[in-house]
Design a protein around this ligand. Structure first.
Ligand SMILES: Nc1ncnc2c1ncn2[C@@H]1O[C@H](COP(=O)(O)OP(=O)(O)O)[C@@H](O)[C@H]1O
Ligand SMILES: [Mg+2]
Length: 473
């Protein structure tokens, strides 16, 4: 039962409230009682002193019991107490209580004994007889240093204790009420906290079982709400990544199957049908082409999976990007010539350095220029520029080829995406070239996109690479 947050929260809430209320009540009542008693005793003492002063004259000669009692009565009325005066042998010579008073008898009280010994008698007791608390004070009546008798004042504390009792009752009621409301509030509050936790727990369980469509519905604006949002974000990303992965595997299998199927047919044909040498040579050449395409595809797949691994083994180096671009282009010059395409480049800042993995940047330049040559007709041109921006190096590859319609410009970077599948296959493309480019550029902290060619013919690819600190202008 105590194993859930809700109960734990509510119980600790209640215990706290109870502790605070009990402690407060205790201190409050205790202090009030002290204060009242203090006040009362001071008042009684002052009255006793006054009575003693008045009585001193009466006690010197033979005490006039009636006069003393009259005086006692008038004082008693004044302070709502009982006033008794004794002589030095504890015999009562005046009592404010006229009917049933103690005049003539001996007042055998420890307070009076103390007063007669020139001290002060004081006590607070519960009187069984009158069923109430009483305060008693006795002080000596003195004349010229001799103790002549004692003044004994006794007053009821019932009013004080009744007030204290009322306050106690009030505090008890308040405690019970606040426990009740705190409990209620605790339950509601705990419900608001544990509700989202429960739905998150359920959602993670479902997700662990493979349901990636689960989302939680937490609307609060606090930490719980943020946790819920984060969960939904994460679930969304996991779902998207899983879908991408599935698509990737399906696409890759499909791409591998196509050349396999045609090779299968060609091998069977070679085996089953008699052919002359040139014909056989033709078939073997086709098989060779398919094999090359497959090798290329598998190489690209391996490249991608290597790039997917977060910690790439390739270490970055501080090198001049210009010379890497230049050497790659020199290597591709021949290919351009074969296709009768004019490949030109302009590198404005040859020495600008950036933190890169050289062979990866080579591959980026190669893939972009390879595409430009592939999708440009003979007689066209491809121009490459490398210049320095404020914070990065900017590489552009522009051609005069068929171009890329705006709606495809984002998608060409997806794996296996091709604007014209048949045409790409014809050219030996796998649809992975630009995916590899984007992956590499992301690793380098740069960006790559297809620029709007502003109505002119062809495609323009732009790549940015962040400059190293001391190269910044
Ligand atoms: N320079 C370009 N001109 C026109 N289309 C291009 C160009 N570069 C890329 N594309 C389009 O983008 C697609 C994806 O390119 P890529 O990933 O390199 O795959 P592949 O070249 O193997 O087909 C290509 O199939 C093509 O449709
Ligand atoms: Mg390509």
């Amino acid at each position: 039962m105590f194993n859930n947050i809700r109960t734990k929260l509510t119980v600790s809430y209640l215990v706290l409230i109870l502790a605070v209320m009990v402690l407060t009540s205790f201190f409050l009542l205790d202090n009030l009682e002290q204060y009242y008693l203090d006040y009362q005793s001071r008042a009684q003492m002052a009255a006793a002193n006054m009575v003693a002063e008045f009585t001193a004259g009466y006690l010197r000669a033979t005490p006039d019991v009636v006069a003393i009692s009259n005086m006692a009565e008038s004082f008693a009325r004044e302070i709502s107490s009982r006033v008794i005066i004794t002589d030095h042998r504890q015999r009562v010579v005046g009592d404010s209580l006229r009917v049933g008073g103690l005049v003539g008898s001996v007042l055998d009280r420890p307070e009076v004994e103390l007063a007669l010994a020139d001290g002060v008698g004081f006590s607070v007791q519960y009187s069984e007889q009158s069923k109430q608390h009483v305060m008693q004070v006795a002080i000596p009546v003195k004349s010229d240093g001799t103790v002549l008798g004692a003044v004994f004042i006794s007053s009821s504390l019932s009013l004080v204790y009744r007030v204290l009792g009322d306050i106690r009752l009030f505090l008890q009621t308040a405690t019970i009420l606040s426990l009740f409301f705190a409990g209620l509030l605790g339950i509601v509050f705990a419900h608001r906290i544990t509700g989202p936790i429960k739905s998150l727990t359920r959602a993670t369980e479902l997700m662990a079982r493979g349901d990636l469509t689960v989302r939680v519905n937490i609307h609060s604006k606090d930490e719980m709400g943020r946790l819920g949002d984060q969960f939904n974000n994460m679930a969304g990303r996991v779902q998207a990544m899983t879908r991408q992965l599935r698509e990737f595997v399906a696409n890759a299998s499909h791409e591998l199957r196509t050349p396999l199927t045609s090779m299968n047919i060609m091998v069977k044909t070679l085996r089953d049908y008699p052919m002359d040498a040139p014909e056989r040579e033709e078939f073997l050449k086709d098989i060779d082409n398919e094999l090359e395409r497959m090798t290329h595809l598998v190489e690209n797949l391996l490249d991608l999976s290597r790039l997917d691994r977060l910690a790439t083994e390739d270490t970055m180096q501080m090198v001049s990007v210009g010379s890497i671009v230049e050497s790659t282009l020199e290597m591709m010059k021949k290919k351009a010539q074969q296709k009768d395409i004019d490949l030109s480049y302009s590198i404005t800042k040859q020495t600008a350095k950036a933190l890169i993995v050289p062979h990866q940047i080579k591959q980026v330049v190669f893939n972009l220029v390879d595409n430009a040559l592939k999708y440009t007709q003979p007689g066209g041109s491809v121009s490459v520029t490398l210049r320095q921006g404020l914070r990065d190096l900017i590489l552009t590859v522009a051609d005069t080829g068929i171009g890329i319609p705006p709606q495809h410009r984002e998608k060409v970077f997806e794996r296996f995406y091709r604007v014209d599948k048949a045409r790409s296959r014809e050219q030996g493309g796998s649809g992975l070239g630009l995916a590899i480019v984007r992956e590499i550029i992301n690793h380098h902290g740069g960006r790559v996109w297809v620029e709007d060619s502003m109505g002119s013919q062809g495609a323009v690819f732009v790549v940015t690479l962040p400059l190293a600190g001391d190269e910044l202008i």
